[in-house]
Design a protein around this ligand. Structure first.
Ligand code: NAD
Length: 452
């Protein structure tokens, strides 16, 4: 699409999982998008259509759009100056006490410095996940102080939470279930709505910034709660004995709340059912940090959140459950070789943040085990993260399981479905500890798993 027929000029601060996916998808939908990052290597790779992260469909979308309405830059000022709207998509880690807003604040100040010399109206939109009130009381004032301009008059201020899920990020962004537009006024919201004109039929919720912020946290807290609930039930099934959590959960998946029986007799399961499955715990850059940040925010408002605290506590203990299962079969792990399959927090991503693989590896090392690990996409990152540890990160599943006394499955990668056939040929006596319950328990002579 030629430049002059493109809809909006958009700058996006942060070329991470959210910023890059948002940028290239919006460019594909007809906007002119510039993504900004402080990491020059990342920017360079993006401009050569090399995806800096593993995400299905991203290389193809980059190839199609780089140079055709999409580019990346380290030139923050130019990108903001030449755009109508800026999306803030930088990280918001949790520092153990409160959400760390330093990247967001720095970005807001930088935007303000550019707006100081810009005469045209500009819209600043927070896409990062921030606790309710942040956009209005932190971001807006930071932009205003640095620019000397007035919110609602010289610049608009909005919050547009992102619901994409890593591993399915492009699909999620291109087919959103909802679009939430929080803004300080109608003018801001109208400009934000222009971003999404090419998404017909998608429900658009227009609201204030605080509600938009709260919607995002509620969404993640709800999903995390489902997972910890399923894990708690799974742990009880193990303690009861003779009950398989897989059967218990699958029977509950087909209740009317989670499934629909279609006229031809087939059962349509709601995607939420997959969050009610026992496993070795949730990880990633969002669920753990967002739930912890919400709890901390509640406490700061004298509103404790014991349910969510229990969600986190259950999740923190779940890697230890994997070790319990292993120790039941192999009480002494000293000098035993244990293969860990999966390091990314979920399949189809290379994101290792808060993956249960790391506490599991730590516990194995503490027990004196010799640890080998393999992930189809996460090996490079894991080599850096585990540089100080004596863990052999190997290049194939075959190499990983060779000679192992036990194989622990942490991530539900499709490739690991080949494990029964592989072990039959190469290491039939290995014990399988299935942290995701992804394999048929009868396909191995020695098998245990969460909830079994
Ligand atoms: P990320 O860590 O992958 O990316 C952040 C990027 O911002 C990095 O590339 C970093 O170099 C860049 N950056 C930091 N400061 C900058 C600055 N001043 N100027 C330019 N670039 C700067 O983060 P992410 O996973 O994309 O998450 C971003 C936000 O979106 C977070 O608030 C997160 O909670 C939220 N979110 C993430 C997901 C997800 O699945 N990852 C989904 C929904 C929402």
């Amino acid at each position: 699409m030629p430049y002059w027929r493109r809809r909006l000029n958009v700058s996006i601060i942060g070329c991470g999982y959210v910023g890059l996916v948002t940028g290239v998808c919006l460019a594909d939908k007809g906007h002119r998008v510039v993504c900004v990052d402080i990491d020059a290597t990342k920017v360079d790779n993006i401009n050569r259509a090399i995806a800096p992260i593993h995400e299905l469909g991203l290389p193809e979308l980059l190839k199609k759009n780089v140079g055709h309405g999409f580019s990346a830059t380290t030139d923050f000022a130019k990108a903001v100056m030449e755009s109508d709207l800026t999306l803030i998509a930088v990280g918001t880690p949790f520092d153990g006490k409160v959400i760390d807003l330093s990247y967001v604040i720095k970005t807001a100040e930088q935007i303000g410095q550019v707006l100081k010399t810009k005469n045209a109206y500009h819209v600043v939109v927070v896409k990062s996940t921030v606790v309710p009130g942040t956009t209005d009381t932190v971001v807006g004032p930071a932009v205003a102080a640095a620019s000397g301009k007035i919110v609602g008059e010289h610049f608009g201020l909005g919050m547009n939470p992102e619901f994409l899920s890593e591993g399915e990020a492009i699909r999620d962004f291109m087919n959103p279930d909802r679009i939430v537009l929080g803004g300080v006024d109608d003018r801001t919201i109208a400009k934000m709505a222009e971003l999404y004109t090419a998404f017909p039929g998608v429900p658009v919720l227009k609201t204030n910034t605080k509600t938009a912020e709260m919607i995002k946290y509620t969404s993640n807290a709800m999903l995390a709660t489902c997972i910890s609930f399923a894990n708690e039930i799974g742990n009880l099934c193990t303690a009861v004995g003779g009950v398989d959590a897989l059967d218990v959960m699958r029977a509950n998946h087909i209740n009317y709340y989670l499934s629909k029986r279609l006229p031809d007799g087939t059962i349509f399961k709601a995607p939420l059912a997959s969050f009610f499955e026992a496993g070795c715990g949730f990880g990633g850059s969002c669920l753990p940090k967002d739930v912890k940040a919400l709890i901390a925010h509640g406490e700061s408002l004298d509103q404790p959140m014991p349910v969510l605290q229990a969600v986190i506590d259950t999740n923190r203990k779940q890697p230890g459950r994997v070790l319990d299962l292993l120790r039941k079969q192999l009480p002494d792990l000293k000098d035993q070789t244990v293969a860990v399959l999966g390091l990314a927090f979920k399949p189809e991503t290379d994101d290792l943040r808060e993956s249960p693989a790391f506490p599991i590896i730590e516990l194995l090392l503490r027990e004196g085990a010799t640890v080998k690990a393999y992930d189809p996409q996460g090996n490079a990152g894991a080599r850096k993260q585990l540089a100080e540890k004596t863990v052999a990160i190997v290049d194939s599943m075959k190499e990983c399981v060779a000679g192992a006394a036990a194989v622990v499955i942490v991530t539900r990668w499709a490739e690991f479905k080949e494990l029964p056939a592989l072990l039959k040929k190469t290491n039939p006596s290995a014990l399988i500890v299935d942290g995701r319950r992804m394999l048929d328990k009868d396909s191995f002579p020695r098998y245990t798993g969460i909830g079994l």
